[in-house]
Design a protein around this ligand. Structure first.
Ligand SMILES: *[C@@H]1O[C@H](CO)[C@@H](O)[C@H](O)[C@H]1NC(C)=O
Ligand SMILES: *[C@@H]1O[C@H](CO)[C@@H](O)[C@H](O)[C@H]1NC(C)=O
Ligand SMILES: *[C@@H]1O[C@H](CO)[C@@H](O)[C@H](O)[C@H]1NC(C)=O
Length: 426
């Protein structure tokens, strides 16, 4: 089914991307080899650690499986127990919580969910026993100036529907797929609350890609966990999935010629893909009620339809040209249409120009997910807009230091971009 190309494209990209992040963190060949050995055998610990000081410093955080999962019925796609990685903060930072929701696309069919359940994105059996914390998750002040001392949690994604699936949609036959996204979310929040989250003084919920969508969907509910006087905000990184898509034949603008659209690339549209995800996993119960009263349910999976209803202060980090446009398919001569995409993106953030609580950083780089990588979050070579790194802009907004509404000039004007090379030449 051609529609599954979305899933395949995304997963391929995600795997390459995750692997690359690992490499970036390690500087010599020996360390790289060593790290790979270490990952393939996570139970080997201190003896090997001590071989290389670089690895010693590399901030590995172990996986914790949810202890209340059985009791709550919170399961990954395959029925295994979901998990997270937690690193307690230091000093006064211990009472401040930063939650990062992992991304990794969605599954939209029985087939794609069944294949996902044999991967870390659908089963804790396949998850790495430890991961490294970089960028916004780093405990190093030079890499993460405002949040380094906070308690940090990376929430693992294993439901395939941005933590919004519902049990009622599960099949009663031998397919054996668990659609428990929303239950997983609630169970993780309960468990973290018992560890101090609900007594937090400051908190930031963030996530990238499908994790950014989860962040947006759950943001206002997250706010309710905390006391009224707590400073609670949400940050979406690469979550503004627009209802446009670039296909192998041509770039598709879903509001362009309907006939053309239906004839040639019907099953490639992100809208139809989302429709399948929402339908398969019963996502509707987790969607914004106001949005649902106005448009078809699956459309409320698009942030552009509900972001304006979020009451909690929000920051949007997004490239003006996200990977949907450039991945494999786009013809380099379609720059003009890509600029059209940028305009659409800018239009959706500019609605918030007057809203004090909302910040944004829209850079003209070809990339996806910029907050959890040291190289794009905050480093001497990070992308900058108005001479600010993403970390500086997010810090300005979070701590109300100054307005943080940063919009880049059009591609290829910004020499600080860290462009990802999964594309044809531009
Ligand atoms: C189980 O039921 C669903 C929905 O009716 C169907 O799509 C799926 O193919 C079924 N699986 C098997 C193995 O019969
Ligand atoms: C899509 O088409 C509409 C209507 O023609 C237009 O207003 C919009 O700018 C286009 N968006 C993109 C990304 O080309
Ligand atoms: C940009 O910021 C850096 C420090 O963050 C500063 O050293 C540099 O002078 C600034 N450049 C401009 C042009 O303002």
């Amino acid at each position: 089914m051609p529609n599954q190309r979305f899933e395949a494209l995304f997963l391929n990209w995600w795997r390459r991307f995750s692997r690359r992040q690992l490499m970036v963190a390690t500087s010599t060949a020996t360390v790289v080899i060593f790290t790979l050995v270490f990952i393939s055998n996570p139970n080997k610990t201190t003896l090997e650690y001590s071989i290389d000081s670089e690895v010693l410093e590399s901030n590995w955080v172990p996986l914790t499986l949810l202890s209340n999962a059985q009791q709550k019925g919170a399961f990954c796609l395959d029925g295994s127990v979901p998990g997270y990685h937690i690193q307690r903060g230091s000093g006064s930072g211990n009472d401040n919580w930063l939650l990062h929701v992992e991304g990794g696309g969605w599954c939209n069919t029985v087939k794609s969910c069944s294949s996902r359940k044999r991967s870390p994105l659908g089963s804790s059996i396949h998850m790495e026993q430890q991961v490294q914390f970089f960028g916004i998750l780093s405990n190093d002040p030079s890499q993460n100036p405002d949040f380094f001392s906070w308690t940090k949690v990376k929430i693992r994604y294993c439901d395939g529907a941005s933590f919004s699936g519902h049990k009622g949609s599960e099949f009663k036959n031998e397919t054996k797929l668990f659609f428990r996204g929303q239950i997983i979310w609630d169970a993780i929040m309960d468990e973290l609350s018992s560890l101090g989250l609900s007594r937090g003084k400051q908190a930031l919920l963030t996530g990238c890609s499908a994790g950014a969508l989860a962040t947006l969907l759950h943001c206002d509910y997250f706010r309710e966990i905390f006391p009224k006087d707590a400073n609670v905000k949400c940050l979406s990184d690469g979550g503004l999935f627009l209802n446009v898509y670039c296909s192998s034949k041509t770039l598709v603008n879903s509001s362009l010629s309907r006939v053309f659209f239906l004839k040639t690339i019907r099953r490639d549209s992100i809208e139809l893909f989302y429709q399948d995800v929402v339908h398969l996993q019963g996502v509707v119960d987790s969607l914004d009620k106001d949005c649902l009263s106005k448009v078809k349910p699956h459309k409320c999976f698009f942030p552009q339809e509900f972001v304006k209803n979020i009451k909690t202060p929000l920051f949007l980090v997004n490239p003006a040209y996200d990977w949907w446009q450039n991945i494999y398919n786009c013809n380099p001569n379609q720059l003009e249409i890509l600029h059209g995409f940028r305009d659409t993106m800018l239009k959706s953030v500019k609605e918030f120009q007057q809203t004090k609580e909302i910040g944004f950083f829209v850079n003209s780089c070809f990339t996806h997910c910029q907050t959890w990588k040291a190289e794009t979050w905050h480093s001497p070579t990070s992308p900058r807009v108005d001479n600010k790194t993403i970390a500086e802009a997010v810090g300005d907004w979070y701590f109300n230091r100054k307005a943080a509404k940063h919009i880049d000039c059009p591609f290829p004007c910004n020499p600080t971009c860290v462009n990802q090379d999964f594309t044809p030449h531009l």
